[in-house]
Design a protein around this ligand. Structure first.
Ligand code: FAD
Ligand code: NAP
Length: 324
């Protein structure tokens, strides 16, 4: 077994929160190591235009994340392609094991593991995942040129996905369980005036219909949740866009959580219930969940970690002096 790699500050995650923490921690001379995870760049790499990142009227999500990565590297953050599979929060320094077999030890850890797409949990959804069922329009929209598509959800993601899919599809039906969307007004206006989009209110997806040979989707069975009426919509693609859940498995049962698995931090800080472990971004935020707020929290986490490490060093010096 190779020797563990020690760092003062380990950052887990490479979304806006992780990279911003990387920039600030590197400039604070903490020599941070950032582990990127399965999705280098995070959720913004699954979208196209980002129109609310200050300083850029419009920027492509993947481009923005490449720039953040380059920025973090340029100031001295060591960006590592790996996945943390286990975090020992009892030992000091903390011990993090990675998928590659590398073990990291760290005096402080910044968790910025973000969030992951939620699924409806239907058997038929699982069966056709990758064969017509997707949670990423930018990744898979291209496969449905000239076809009919269904999108499920009523938030920003669902509306953006529906609009993006109009670039390929002959028709996009947005299915929502209520008669009101959560999405921003500007997006709603674009959706409602788009000639290729139909919105189906008060409907829920009951089943994805498809064939086995070749495996593919042929339609969906939907239910009106007001009348109970069941109907079918023919389509080749089904995009589930019902939100995201925090990726908090690494610290489940170890740090305090709230609002269904979001890591709890002290108000106005990024301190979790374990001193030395900090959390930033969508992992800890059930309210705002934006790139810019995540980046802001990444900055806070690095500054909180810097203060924690300075206090740790002072304690160490005092103990050494007392011991003579
Ligand atoms: P994420 O971006 O979720 O990144 C999490 C990171 O953690 C990933 O790099 C992942 O690989 C890593 N990770 C997870 N587990 C591990 C592990 N075990 N080990 C190592 N690494 C790990 N926001 C806006 O402000 N404007 C927009 O226009 C916008 N558009 C969006 C469009 C879509 C389709 C989606 C899904 C979201 C959009 N958002 C938008 C929301 C925005 O993307 C998120 O708020 C933001 O990305 C959260 O940043 P984060 O750093 O907290 O986490
Ligand atoms: P979200 O805002 O949580 O919306 C999820 C939507 O899915 C809601 O409309 C919800 O319905 C519906 N839904 C949830 N569970 C469902 C189920 N089991 N069956 C049917 N429908 C279900 O999630 P999001 O749209 O992914 O957005 C997440 C965050 O990222 C938000 O903060 C958002 O602002 C941000 N984001 C921002 C942008 C942007 O700024 N342009 C783009 C994308 C995302 P109800 O409405 O009935 O609850």
């Amino acid at each position: 077994m190779s020797k563990p790699r020690h760092t003062k500050c380990l950052i887990v995650g490479s979304g806006p929160a992780g990279y911003t923490a990387g920039v600030y921690a590197a400039r604070a001379m903490l020599d941070p190591v950032l582990v990127q995870g399965l999705e280098p760049g995070g959720q913004l790499t699954t979208t196209t235009e980002v129109e609310n990142w200050p300083g850029d009227t419009e920027v492509q999500g993947p481009d923005l994340m490449l720039r953040m990565e380059a920025h973090a590297k340029a100031v001295g953050c060591d960006v590592v392609t790996d996945i943390i599979t286990e975090l020992d929060t009892d030992s000091r320094p903390f011990v993090a094991r990675a998928d590659s077999g590398t073990t990291f030890t760290a005096d402080a850890v910044i968790l910025a593991t973000g969030a992951r797409a939620k699924w409806l949990g239907l058997e038929s959804e699982e069966k056709f995942k990758g064969f017509g069922v997707s949670a990423c329009a930018t990744c898979d929209g291209f496969f449905y040129r000239g076809e009919e598509i269904v999108v499920v959800g009523g938030g920003n993601t669902a509306v953006e996905e529906a609009l993006f899919l109009t670039n390929f599809a002959s028709k996009v039906t947005l299915i929502h369980r209520r008669d009101e969307l959560r999405a921003e007004q500007i997006l709603q206006r674009r959706l409602f005036k788009h000639p290729k989009v139909e919105t189906l209110w008060f409907h829920e997806l009951e089943e994805v219909l498809g064939e086995d040979n070749p495996k593919g989707v042929t339609g969906v069975k939907v239910r009106n949740n007001q009348t109970g009426e069941v109907g079918e919509i023919p389509c080749k693609g089904v995009f589930i866009a019902i939100g995201h859940a925090p990726a908090s498995e690494l610290v489940k049962g170890k740090v305090e959580m709230h609002h269904g698995d979001y890591v709890k931090v002290e108000p106005g800080s990024t301190r979790t219930s374990i001193p030395g472990i900090f959390a930033a971004g969508d992992l800890t935020d059930h309210v705002y969940r934006q790139a810019v707020t995540s980046a802001g929290m990444g900055c806070m986490a690095a500054l909180d970690a810097e203060k924690f490490l300075a206090e740790l060093e002072d304690e160490g010096t005092e103990l050494a002096e007392a011991a003579g």
